[in-house]
Design a binder for this molecule. Structure first.
Ligand code: AMP
Ligand code: GLY
Length: 420
């Protein structure tokens, strides 16, 4: 089977490794991919948001199956466009990807179907939003409606901060057009859990739970990033919490999307907060998380391509999806300065005794040498029977990967280990 994978980060490298290991996979193309993927696939310089380019490529190269990984092409309708020319796809159509593409849509969906989430109000008029904040409970959370590169959320701890956040989104448009409508919502407290799931619009199969480390610095200090490391499984996601999530959140969400005429097929990501009143949805993503995928997929024991095909064909109920009982830890090595200013172009070297999984995110190849080319450069994932061993092994091996301005958090897994 000829496969097309859309995307270019560490998440896509993790998906690619699993697809390449499938006996059914023949040629794999990644659009655009990165310099760390050349040994498993042919990387083609077509941008992930270039829907016409992706469709034209699929037509010319007899593609049988496509996996669209990032949010932008999904929201822009890449799956709809590929299906139109007869390509089977893993990933939601645009009318379902809106669950991530519009926070107003997802909040209204949860309200209509009684899915637990933070209380909220929606505004498209700035003066009304500012007036509402005169009496709103503080702290509060201000969110831009549309995709904002994962940055459209501001936590406000004073009334003035909340008003400044509203003005920055609605008047100054710091997140662009996505600030034309905003959500102001209740501030929730509790540990966060990420749950990725496979769903074909009818059946939902949650994957192993995970914990992201979103802030740039140790101790959850510093700026928000795309994610500086992950562990799996998440110790806050007990069997009891899992059962409640299935009953109150996962199944109701899949059923709600189907009732709305927007069946969700692909990977549905639940960003959850375990509050004192039970699990609540912080956000939905219409795709695999990054770097959650880099700990979840290494634990998957079933053929990923087989699962993805079953999702596309709406027969997920027939597949026995299995995960290892092991734990996993991914430490992200970034360019020092990320998520703000950083330098790139430094050679990446790996010691001969490196003994973990390497997922390349921001790198390019020049004359056989891998050079850094992004903020998050790569992830080092280790698996082991206990979380302690997985964390230690991930750090031991991260020390065997070198580039000039490498930076990583030193405390990935620390919070999880403290509750075990
Ligand atoms: P998001 O961009 O939706 O992933 O949100 C970024 C982060 O903001 C989340 O991971 C949470 O830590 C935090 N956050 C979002 N919504 C809330 C909320 N209602 N209460 C508290 N924290 C929140
Ligand atoms: N790691 C969070 C995300 O992928 O949205």
């Amino acid at each position: 089977m000829n496969i097309l994978l859309v995307g270019s980060g560490g998440r896509e490298h993790a998906i690619l490794k699993k697809l390449a290991a499938s006996p059914k996979a023949a040629k794999i193309y990644v659009l655009p991919g990165n310099g760390g993927m050349d040994d498993l696939a042919e990387c083609v310089p077509v941008g992930a948001k270039d829907i016409d380019g992706i469709v034209a490529f699929a037509k010319e190269h007899a593609i049988d199956f496509a996996v669209v990984a990032p949010d932008d092409p999904l929201v822009l309708g890449a799956v709809d466009a590929l299906e139109k020319i007869g390509v089977r796809c893993f990933g939601p159509r645009a009318n379902a990807a809106i669950i991530e593409g519009s926070k107003v849509f997802s909040k209204n969906l949860m309200k209509k179907y009684g899915i637990p989430t933070a209380e909220y109000a929606v505004f498209s008029d700035m003066d009304e939003a500012l007036a509402y904040l005169d009496t709103a409970k503080i702290p509060t959370v201000v969110k831009a409606d549309g995709l904002a590169l994962g940055k459209g959320v501001i936590l406000a701890f004073t009334r003035d901060e909340a008003k400044a956040a509203v003005r920055s989104m609605m008047a100054d448009r710091i997140f662009g057009a996505s600030g034309s409508r905003i959500v102001i919502e209740e501030f929730l407290e509790g540990p966060e859990v990420s749950v990725l799931s496979f769903t074909d619009g009818k059946t939902i199969v949650p994957m192993v739970s995970s914990m992201d480390h979103k802030r740039a610095k140790d101790g959850d200090e510093g700026l928000n990033t795309g994610g500086m490391g992950t562990i799996a499984p998440n110790p806050y996601y007990t069997d009891e919490v899992a059962a409640r999530c299935m009953r109150e959140i996962f199944l109701p969400t899949v059923e709600a999307m189907r009732s709305e005429g927007r069946p969700f097929k692909g990977c549905l990501y639940f960003g959850l907060m375990i509050t004192k009143d039970g699990p609540k949805v912080i956000e939905y993503n219409c795709r695999f998380g990054d770097p959650e995928t880099q700990v979840v997929l290494p634990l998957l024991r079933t053929d990923l391509l087989e699962i993805m095909e079953a999702v596309a064909d709406e027969r997920l109920a027939d597949v026995d999806v299995r995960f290892s009982e092991d734990c996993a830890c991914c430490v992200v090595l970034a360019s020092d300065g990320y998520p703000q200013k950083y330098a790139t172009g430094f050679p990446i070297t790996v010691d001969a005794d490196f003994a973990a999984e390497l997922f390349i995110a921001g790198a390019k190849r020049a004359d056989e040498q891998l050079l850094t080319a992004g903020g998050r450069v790569l992830g080092v994932t280790a698996t082991a029977p206990t979380l302690r061993e997985a964390v230690d092994k991930a750090y031991e091996n991260a020390a065997k990967v070198h580039f000039e301005n490498a930076y990583c958090r030193r405390d990935v897994g620390k919070r999880a280990l403290a509750v075990l």
